[in-house]
Ligand binder design. Structure first.
Ligand SMILES: NC(=O)C1=CN([C@@H]2O[C@H](COP(=O)(O)OP(=O)(O)OC[C@H]3O[C@@H](n4cnc5c(N)ncnc54)[C@H](OP(=O)(O)O)[C@@H]3O)[C@@H](O)[C@H]2O)C=CC1
Ligand SMILES: O=C1OC[C@@H](O)[C@H](O)[C@H]1O
Length: 397
């Protein structure tokens, strides 16, 4: 019963975080585009962070910009063809949140950095590893913070799974698997940016970037090769749309004979097992090891509900398995956090710490983001679909 009430309380506060009173010199954010994800990933967490204010939004469309600003209490509105650049030119803006379609991440992140702004950049960081490298190198040259918003990596539950593996209690990792697959109609419907090749669409870009990042994080290494990869494609007459994967499955190899399987899908069937039972979303990470296994269920929204199930061979009784379940909402070392903090709230904490010159509890750095894109591209190469198109934007330092 007590755990039912703590679930209710956690979910309530995750969705309605208590407003914090503003610190003396908060980081003022500007948002490029009135994107669907912005309230969840930035506006709501920022309302609870004393050192952040969402100050401006820019949209191509004036009405959309004003309605978005009104709904979320945002002071400054920019719109029209020059709206994004006007926001970047506003000296009041300290940091930019870039939730534009993937194919525009490079151009607008480079422009934001050129304008001297720190950038919280939506995943996947760009369309190619080379673009991601250029963005991070530019940020370094400018002395600015750039973070790819792989929010799941910031939650203590994910970090705990890595700790369990690192502790050695399960022995050497043999196989990792991670998925993100949702039933048809839930996401990426007709007209969605996720289905537009020119904008960097595709399931591997959109959803696959998370399980790939998680697998690499738990393996503490880059893959060594893509052993196999297959995609299902959109039955569209347009040849570029046929390069958009609706789902991709890949097997990767890692050092020390570790293998990993990855699954991502926009169009999982609603019914599984011969059409008899509803299929559940694939939102699980598993590590099979020499002496047991660990599974994290719901690694993308662990605040709402998750479990970490550990099964380990009993060393004193051959064949006997000892099972335990952990739920981890806060870091065990007293680092900042609350049970109800979402992945996005933990991510914002880290971003602000980095901007303020403090050491964040968790971080996803330059090489990590470059590597993720490198292997997204390698998986696409293996499927035969190839990388998403490079940005046409040319910048000068
Ligand atoms: N971290 C997370 O949990 C999530 C991350 N994402 C990532 O965030 C990004 C945006 O996703 P989402 O919010 O779902 O997408 P939306 O389509 O809702 O938002 C994208 C915004 O980009 C702007 N835009 C600029 N140019 C174009 C164009 N040519 N076509 C379409 N939109 C354009 C639009 O803003 P306007 O018209 O106002 O100018 C639009 O609102 C993606 O990179 C995605 O991978 C998405 C969902 C969850
Ligand atoms: O968190 C997410 O889940 C679903 C995806 O389509 C979305 O872009 C992603 O970031």
């Amino acid at each position: 019963m007590a755990s039912f009430f703590s679930l209710l309380k956690r979910v309530y506060y995750a969705l309605n975080p208590p407003a914090s009173s503003a610190a003396a010199s908060p980081i003022k954010f500007g948002i490029l585009g009135a994107a669907d994800i912005a309230p969840r990933a930035l506006i709501s967490p920022a309302s609870n962070h004393p050192e952040t204010v969402v100050y401006a939004v820019a949209s191509r469309d004036n009405k959309k910009a004003s309605a978005f600003a009104k709904k979320h209490g945002i002071e400054k509105v920019y719109s029209g063809a020059t709206g994004y650049q006007q926001l970047l030119d506003d000296p009041e803006v300290d940091a930019v949140y870039n939730p534009l379609p993937n194919g525009l991440h490079f151009e607008w992140t480079m422009k934001a950095l050129a304008a001297g702004k720190h950038v919280l950049l939506e995943k996947p960081s760009s369309n190619t590893a080379e673009e991601t490298r250029q963005m991070f190198e530019f940020a370094e040259r400018k002395g600015l913070v750039l973070l790819e918003a792989v929010h799941a990596r910031f939650h203590p539950a994910m970090v705990r799974v890595q700790e369990i593996l690192d502790s050695g209690e399960l022995g050497q990792i043999i196989n990792l698997s991670a998925g993100l697959a949702l039933s048809k109609g839930v996401i990426a419907n007709e007209g969605d940016i996720r289905l537009d090749y020119a904008l960097g669409g595709g399931a591997m870009m959109d959803m696959g970037s998370y399980p790939l990042s998680a697998i690499r994080f738990l393996a503490r290494s880059a893959p060594t090769s893509v052993l196999s990869a297959t995609s299902s494609v959109y039955p569209s007459p347009s040849s570029t749309q046929q390069l958009v994967d609706l789902g991709t499955k890949a097997t990767l190899s890692f050092p020390n004979d570790v293998t990993a399987t990855l699954n991502c899908d926009f169009r999982q069937p609603w019914w599984g097992l011969f059409g008899l039972i509803p299929s559940m979303p694939d939102i699980k990470l598993t590590a099979n090891c020499e002496n047991g296994e660990v599974e994290l269920y719901n690694y993308l929204a662990p605040t709402l509900y998750h479990w970490i199930r550990v099964r380990v061979q009993d060393p004193s009784r051959k064949g006997k398995v000892i099972e335990r379940v952990e739920k981890v909402y806060k870091f065990g070392d007293g680092s900042k956090g609350e049970d109800w903090w979402t992945t996005y709230r933990y991510q914002l904490e880290a971003f602000v710490d980095q901007v303020k010159g403090r050491t964040p509890r968790t971080w996803v750095g330059k090489e990590d983001s470059i590597e993720n894109l490198e292997w997204i591209e390698k998986i696409y190469e293996k499927t035969g679909l190839g990388s998403r198109p490079k940005s046409q934007y040319v910048y000068s330092d």
